[in-house]
Design a protein around this ligand. Sequence first.
Ligand SMILES: Cc1ncc(COP(=O)(O)O)c(C=O)c1O
Length: 476
Amino acid sequence: MAVVERREVDRNRVKAIVEREEAAYRARTPRSAELHKRALESMPLGVASSFQTYDPYPIFISEGRGSRMWDADGNEYLDFDMALGVLAAGHSHPQFVEAIRRRAAIGTAFTFPIEEQILVAEELKRRFRADLVRFSNSGTEATMDAIRVARGYTGREKIIKFEGGYHGHHDDVLISIQPPRDMIGDVEAPNSVPTSAGIPRSRIAETIVAPFNQPEIVERILERHRGEIAAIIVEAVQFNIGVVPPEPGFLERLRELATAHGAVLIFDEVKTGVVIAYGGATEYFNVQPDLFCLAKSIGGGTPIGAFGGREEVMRVIEGGAKAPLIEAELSHSSFGGTSRVAHMGTMNGSPLVMAAALAVLTKVLTPDVYPRLQAMGDRLTAGSQEIVDEYGLPGYAINVGPKGIVMFAPRRVTGYRDFIGLDDELWASSFWFLANRGILIPPAPDDQWTLSVQHTDDEIDRYLAVFREWAIEVAG
Ligand SMILES: Cc1ncc(COP(=O)(O)O)c(C=O)c1O
């Protein structure tokens, strides 16, 4: 393979691009600016979720169809963000629209179960080789519930999560997501750094942090906490620090270690599930977790979550676990019937969401679409890599299935500690340059593009043409 010479980028030129493109953005999105100003009066940061904001103000969207979106000023975008990976089915797929329309007309909430819940559960069981499944309303709820099930099953309290991994915004996992460099501590025993104020110290102490892709260190951490770890929760591909795949053998080793230490292995498949393969990361890497968590793309754009897995573990929701109940658990177990581990939620398995999920899973994200999603992802990555090489830019393109990114890092990132060195300014210059030319990628360097079944090769070529224009200007 030819060795590609990487050049130092001219920092002044990159800064000038950011400034010029931000100014162009302000000029063509006055309505978004106005809406954001108004939103600041009624919502902290002017948004519904803190992920939705960025400087100088976020684009307000009015419509999405297929692979395209329109903002409040009427500007059109080719959408490569796809709602942070929610839309492998694309915006408002006709099958999705029909299912929602039908269900909206015949009742969207009951206190009673519906047949569609069984059908969606059966479909997820098939895809993830699972015995049992339960529904929730978000990825956050799914990981929260799975962790509680693991604790109920093992009778233990601590969990291991990986530095740089994101599993939603509940207390147990809002830890060491992107901790500042001066707080991370020794790689052998990374500090548990809370990502938010308001998390009690007692909770933080229960979450042990490990470095991704370093199985020997995970093993030593497990040894130090022998008999204490209820669960190891992991994103099989770290998709919240760009795209960081597992090194060969890493997931297999986690599987062995979890089994050896009696801990429940949880794959957080919120981003991978039904996107990188029909059966998500479980199928893609052929490693079977005890539990998996799902959300995002399984609902096609409705608020959904699900978790499931091995019968023996999931049955603790019915009260069949081996570990003895401690007194505190006993007093709680009377709430919610005879359950040992409580799992409930008014909107779990909502008819509207189940209709959407059933349509998306059985009519849109069918087994035959995955080779094409993979091929499109490979095409965008190969094209981006060619451009990065041609202009000697410091970075590399990488994808897993239809999710990918250009990582502006000098070396391949294998875990959070390498990710800290990413060139944010270079990324920002590409984000604004692309957005102003109708190509929308996620508005943060830690998130990746997601392609949907409604994207086309021509749209990928359009992306690459604009990305090339940007590279030419950066290279000077
Ligand atoms: C891997 C992973 N897990 C969990 C979540 C939380 O999901 P939600 O935002 O639906 O609560 C996310 C959200 O981005 C995620 O990427």
